[in-house]
Structure formats: C-alpha cells, structure tokens
Ligand binder design. Structure first.
Ligand SMILES: C[S@@+](CC[C@H](N)C(=O)[O-])C[C@H]1O[C@@H](n2cnc3c(N)ncnc32)[C@H](O)[C@@H]1O
Length: 231
C-alpha cells in the first residue's frame, strides 16, 4: 500500500508506526471493545501506520473477490465487513466493483471511510453475538480484510451465522487474515475460530472453495484468503 505514504520513512517514523501497530493488534488478553477503541483513537493515522507495516490484506482480499467474480462486477453487491477506513473498498472499486456497503464498529474509522464516498450504506455495527439488522440473502459476497486478529480468533459462531444469513445462497464469504489461524497445527489460540468454521461446514451452511496462502500479509508474516461458498 503506498497511498499517502512517503517513500522513505525515517527510523523514528518506523518505530512510531510499529508501536501504534502493536497497540492496534493487541494480544490474546486484550478485550474486543478495547481494540475497537484503539482503532477509533488512531483512525486519522491508520492508513499511514498500516502502510509502513506493509499491510496487503486489502489488496489480497479484493483480488480474491475479483477472481471469484470475473464478470459483471458492477452488478455484484458486496458487504465489506470490518471496513475500517475503506482500504478494501478502494481496492474492490479498482477491480470494477461498484455496489459496496461497509460494516464497521468504530465510528471514527467509519467516518474516514465515509469521506471517500466509495460505500453505499455505512453500518456502524459490531460483529459478534448480536443480530445484524440486514435482510437475509441481501449480498452476493462479504469481504473481510484484516478484521482484528484478536477478535477474529474469538468470534462467536453466531457472527459467522449472521454473515452466512445475509449472503445469497451461492454467494461467497472472503476472509483475508494471518495464515497461521487456518491450519489445525497453527495458532492454538485460534482453535475456536477453526472449530466454528469447520462446524458450519459440517452443518451444510457453507463450504470452503479456496484457501490461498500468500507472502507478506503484514510485517513480513504470511497471510491467507479463505473463500467459503454459502449453501
Ligand atoms: C486492521 S483493520 C482492517 C480495516 C480494513 N478492512 C482494511 O483492510 O484496512 C481492523 C478493523 O476491524 C474492526 N473490528 C474490530 N472488531 C470488530 C468486530 N467485532 N466486528 C467488525 N469489525 C471489527 C476494527 O474496528 C478495525 O477497523
């Protein structure tokens, strides 16, 4: 991501960005609400910080959306979940997608996204145990780029059920994250995540159609994009 990022960062700028990045990421003991507040407090410099950390989740997520919708992208209706300041929305637009809504729990992050004018509707909503006030079968796809990893690892099954509900049967849920949450022998703290996505497969609610590993998700760590087809 080069948007708004000067080519040469000074050591001080890199250190500050790395400190803010660590704060935003949190650790396995950081509560979900605390993470969201941290994003709110740093919304004005989110893109600068993630740019300096070489984040690519948004480009990878949008690339997978483009791969799965090779035609008529202007008609494909997408909900960008954990939309943040709209980086993934920007990328989706660059692939020709035009009908994109945003779901994001941080008002301040959403306010940054609104300034770009790239989303139709802006839902200031947290994904979790709650019902999402969106009609069933509304979207052709959900994209999730870089949803806070601490939150992702502990997301209740209900959150995935809500995403499945609002996507049309035959549509896709496209999730870009760290690679190590996906394999069975990966991050032990992601066991709940793996068990939830597997259980929804066993229940016939969705099926995994792609798991694409890639290099340099953020700070040099590998990422992966999972694509589930809603049944
Ligand atoms: C690393 S940012 C990713 C933003 C954007 N998708 C991108 O690619 O730049 C993580 C986002 O996840 C959001 N988030 C945290 N918890 C969430 C939850 N439970 N439901 C939805 N979004 C959440 C944060 O507010 C933050 O905007």
């Amino acid at each position: 991501m080069s948007r708004g990022i000067p080519g040469n960062s000074t050591q001080k700028e890199m250190e500050e960005a790395a400190n803010t990045f660590r704060l935003l990421i949190g650790d396995d003991s950081t509560e979900a609400g605390v993470i969201i507040n941290r994003f709110s407090q740093n919304s004005h410099r989110y893109e600068e910080v993630l740019g300096r950390m070489n984040f690519t989740g948004h480009t990878q997520c949008a690339q997978s959306a483009a791969d799965w919708f090779p035609r008529n992208r202007q008609d494909v209706y997408i909900l960008d979940v954990a939309a943040g300041t709209g980086l993934c929305g920007d990328e989706l637009r660059s692939h020709g997608f035009r009908r994109i809504d945003a779901l994001e729990p941080s008002e301040q992050m959403l306010a940054e996204a609104k300034k770009k004018g790239i989303y139709g509707q802006h839902f200031n909503v947290v994904l979790g145990e709650n019902n999402v006030d969106i009609e069933s079968g509304t979207y052709d796809a959900v994209t999730i780029s870089g949803l806070s990893i601490v939150v992702m690892k502990k997301l209740p099954r209900k959150a995935f059920e809500e995403l499945i509900r609002i996507v049309k049967p035959g549509g896709y849920i496209i999730n870009a994250s760290y690679h190590n949450i996906f394999p069975e022998d990966g991050d032990p703290e992601a066991a709940i995540f793996r068990s939830n996505i597997k259980a929804l497969g066993s229940q016939g609610k969705w099926t995994l159609v792609e798991l694409r590993r890639f290099k340099d998700y953020v700070c040099g760590d590998d990422g992966a994009v999972s694509v589930h087809k809603v049944l």
